[in-house]
Design a protein around this ligand. Structure first.
Ligand code: NAP
Ligand code: F7E
Length: 323
């Protein structure tokens, strides 16, 4: 039986990855930070199958203890301050968690179990103000937020540990991926939650920022499979994971409202509060290396993703209404 240690287990990706690894018969450990109220929503159904270890990416000693205790074959570093918008309000904390936190974990692995296969959650936000389109593994980085800059550090320190210590350390450069378990402040989930509330008469409007931004959106359940595949390779390498399609926020809004028979123009209000100090205008990934070398491909397309998320939020509020 293989053993995996996942940071960010309570997040969107952590929950799908834990599901996948449990199906594959892994023993799964998850790093869990202390919270004043429980936040097990995404992993409620898996709680009894995961062994939680208390710790924080900014507390190096807790990571050493976690690796020593779990003795993992594979480590997936998914923990981060992951909301781009918030990274302007908390730039230092974002750097401490999303950048230096990676070094804390790599050091714990190097000292306690250097033969681990290590996955770092890199991001298309590193491409920022894009130098070329589509973006691939060799495209230079130009981050546009404290979050993007922190991810560039996390990416390069992972390359550096691979080259300095011959560790099996690699990064997935993942483009946006969404699901019904996506945090409520991200634009996709904010839209589908808003559509469900408007449809059920619980809200009258949906306030959004830049509707022209373009993103390459995939389904999180498909993307965690790529993470696992990367760690099963003979040699550690970095891969772009994307759909190869890009859509505006407006297109997402349009499909989501249409799905419940409404016209978005009657409900969406543009609010400068949700505009960013620096925007990433266009992201479009080229997943051909992952397709060829990992045999990875997405199963859920853009329209299916939007509809899946709207349906899930509708069901949630209908369930809540019934009590
Ligand atoms: P998410 O839902 O925001 O989850 C983030 C996780 O990190 C949560 O479990 C959170 O725990 C944990 N965390 C935050 N700060 C921590 C700390 N100081 N110590 C330990 N754990 C901490 O993010 P996601 O969408 O699943 O993304 C997973 C990873 O992929 C992140 O690194 C993200 O930056 C990266 N990424 C995401 C996307 C995407 O489109 N989703 C694309 C590219 C890269 P709490 O529950 O306690 O807050
Ligand atoms: O914004 C625009 C916003 O916050 C997408 C994270 O997982 O993916 C995610 O980062 C776009 C931006 O995601 C609102 O300006 C308009 O252009 O959903 P988002 P993100 O910033 O792309 C990358 C790959 C990650 O790595 C990150 O961790 O939508 N937008 N109106 C809005 N965005 C938000 N949040 N809220 C709005 O009202």
């Amino acid at each position: 039986m293989k053993t995996a240690f996942i940071t960010g287990i309570t997040g969107q990706d952590g929950s799908y990855l834990a599901e996948l690894l449990l199906q594959k018969n892994y023993k799964v450990y998850g790093l869990k930070r202390r919270t004043s109220t429980p936040n097990f929503e995404n992993i409620q159904h898996l709680k009894d199958d995961i062994e939680f270890i208390s710790g924080d990416l900014t507390d190096a000693s807790s990571l050493v203890t976690a690796i020593r205790h779990s003795k993992p074959d594979e480590v997936y570093n998914l923990a981060a301050q992951s909301f781009v918008g918030e990274s302007w309000s908390q730039p230092i904390l974002t750097g401490e968690i999303t950048a230096l936190g990676v070094t804390n974990l790599l050091e714990a692995v190097r000292r306690e179990k250097p033969d681990v296969h290590f996955y770092q959650a890199s991001s298309s936000e590193m491409f920022g103000k894009v130098i070329e389109t589509p973006q691939k593994e060799t495209t230079p980085f130009y981050p546009r937020s404290p979050y993007g800059a922190a991810k560039v550090y996390g990416h390069w320190i992972t390359v550096n540990y691979r080259e300095s210590y011959d560790m099996f350390a690699c990064s997935g450069i993942l483009f946006n991926h969404e699901s019904p378990r996506r945090g409520i402040e991200f634009v996709t989930r904010k839209i589908t939650d808003g559509v469900a509330k408007i449809k059920l008469g619980l809200e009258k409007e949906l306030r959004l920022g830049n509707l022209e931004a373009k993103r390459d959106w995939g389904f999180a359940g498909d993307y965690v499979e790529a993470m696992w595949l990367m760690l099963q390779q003979e040699h550690p390498e970095d891969f772009v994971i994307a759909t190869g399609e890009t859509h505006t926020v407006k297109e997402f809004v349009d499909i989501a409202f249409k799905h419940v028979g409404l016209d978005w123009k009657e409900f969406v209000v543009q609010d400068p509060k949700f505009m960013r100090p620096a925007e990433v205008d266009l992201l479009l990934g080229d997943p051909s290396k992952a397709k060829k070398r990992l045999g990875w491909k997405q199963k859920v397309d853009f329209e299916q993703l939007v509809k899946m998320m709207v349906e899930s939020d509708l069901e949630k509020y209908i369930r809540e209404r019934k009590g």
